[in-house]
Design a protein around this ligand. Structure first.
Ligand code: NAD
Ligand code: MG
Length: 395
């Protein structure tokens, strides 16, 4: 029986994880759950899974949760230190890192430093702190398993000796597939006026609002290129993005002998979650088997970097290295939030990020403190750009 902590239990990934865990009560026991503000949903999950600990974002939320589950033995805590504690406790074996954004960095890093088996959905944590995070994983003998569907597909298509036998695996390219999101074929001139709800209407996946907007700008794919770089040790030139609107092939690895290995499946995050949870075993995820005879044609084409400037910005940040990906990520979080609050338009997102990257010089990333300092500077610069754009829009 393995203990699991789910960071971000009320989110889209958190709910899918609980769905898979509930199918295997003989294998997994829920040790701790966290949520930021959705207290009622967390209370319902506590009632169903009876964790020892539950962590929320504020004392107010903790008081509300404690009142809702007063009859349960679950202890209620709040704040970042408590998140780090449930991620590193000796009572948990597995940590699902499914908080959205930079807020997930500290607890995910705590899990790495405690040598846990980490199921990584929170790509922003790895994008921000790449080298430092991977060093912590190696130093503390943590196990890092990708949950992002593309990275989980690549993980499945790589040989198990990958990374242990340098140069022997014959990998030529990592082919990261992308649906292209809701605006793949929309006239570029109309993108300025799209609404948050339109941007969040993904053709194939149901996800949280931040990653949905990232998918619409293709910044999500950009963050995933950086994520793939760190997870698989691949330089930017070895990672190709391929648009595949049907989201049936979740990514591929192409080898020097001409072979291309792909992982296919219905677009449902419970498949990569179950894969990472049980690895190297396979367990039922609740996802229907793929029926190839019912499939329309599968299409593939190259991305349009002019339609999706955020993808180009991410490749540039990866090539620049150091704190550049952390700056990109922080500015993107501010820009997406401002777009969701209707303070800026969709086409302003890449403008805000570019502004932050222009005014905050990137440098080496020797420590988490240096990364967080750069993160704060990028947020300040991005907020300035948002204010300027927002006041212009009001006039
Ligand atoms: P979501 O918005 O549905 O859920 C986010 C979770 O994080 C919630 O439980 C929320 O309570 C918690 N949270 C939010 N802000 C917080 C804060 N400041 N401190 C602590 N907790 C906080 O997001 P999601 O779609 O489940 O995505 C979660 C992560 O997984 C993201 O990093 C995303 O990029 C990644 N991911 C998601 C999908 C998907 O299909 N949803 C696929 C691949 C990767
Ligand atoms: Mg993905």
């Amino acid at each position: 029986m393995q203990g699991i902590t789910i960071l971000g239990a009320t989110g889209s990934i958190g709910a899918s994880t609980l769905d898979v865990v509930a199918r295997h009560p003989d294998r997994y026991r829920v040790y701790a759950l966290s949520a930021h503000a959705r207290v009622e949903e967390l209370a319902a999950a506590c009632r169903q899974f009876r964790p020892q600990r539950a962590v929320v974002g504020s004392p107010e939320a903790a008081a509300r949760l404690a009142a809702l589950i007063a009859d349960l033995p679950t202890s209620v805590e709040y704040g970042e230190a408590a998140l780090c504690d449930i991620a590193s406790s000796a009572d948990t074996d597995i940590v699902m890192a499914a908080i959205v954004g930079a807020a997930g960095l500290a607890p995910t890093l705590a899990a790495a430093r405690a040598g846990k088996k980490i199921l990584l959905a929170n790509k922003e944590a790895l994008v921000m702190s790449g080298q430092l995070f991977m060093d912590a994983v190696r130093e503390h003998k943590a196990t890092l398993l990708p949950v992002d569907s593309e990275h989980n597909a690549i993980f499945q298509a790589l040989p198990s000796s990958y990374g242990r036998v340098p140069g022997a695996c014959g990998v030529a390219k990592i082919l990261l597939t992308a649906s292209g999101g809701p605006f793949l074929n929309r006239a570029v001139e109309t993108l300025g006026s799209v609404t948050p709800d339109e941007a969040c209407k993904h053709p194939n996946w149901v996800m949280g609002r931040k990653i949905s907007v990232d998918s619409a700008t293709m910044m999500n794919k950009g963050l995933e290129v950086i994520e793939a770089h760190w997870l698989f040790g691949a330089p930017a030139d070895q990672i190709d993005v391929v648009i595949h609107p049907q989201s049936v092939i979740h990514s591929m690895v192409s080898y020097v002998d001409g072979s291309v290995l792909a992982q296919l499946g219905n677009p449902d995050m419970r498949t990569p979650i179950a894969n990472a949870l049980a690895y190297p075993d396979r367990i039922d995820s609740g996802v229907a088997q793929l029926d190839l005879t019912q499939m329309a044609a599968l299409q593939f084409f190259a991305p349009d970097f002019e339609r999706f400037p955020c993808l180009a910005l991410a490749f540039d940040a990866l090539r620049a290295g150091g704190t550049a990906p952390a700056l990109l990520n922080a500015a993107n979080e501010v820009a997406v939030q401002a777009f969701l609050e209707r303070r800026i338009g969709f086409r302003d997102i890449d403008r805000v990020i570019r502004h932050a990257l222009d005014v905050v010089p990137h440098g080496p990333a020797p420590s988490i403190e240096a990364v967080l300092d750069q993160d704060a500077r990028a947020r300040a610069a991005a907020n300035d750009a948002v204010s300027t754009i927002a006041s212009g829009l009001q006039r």
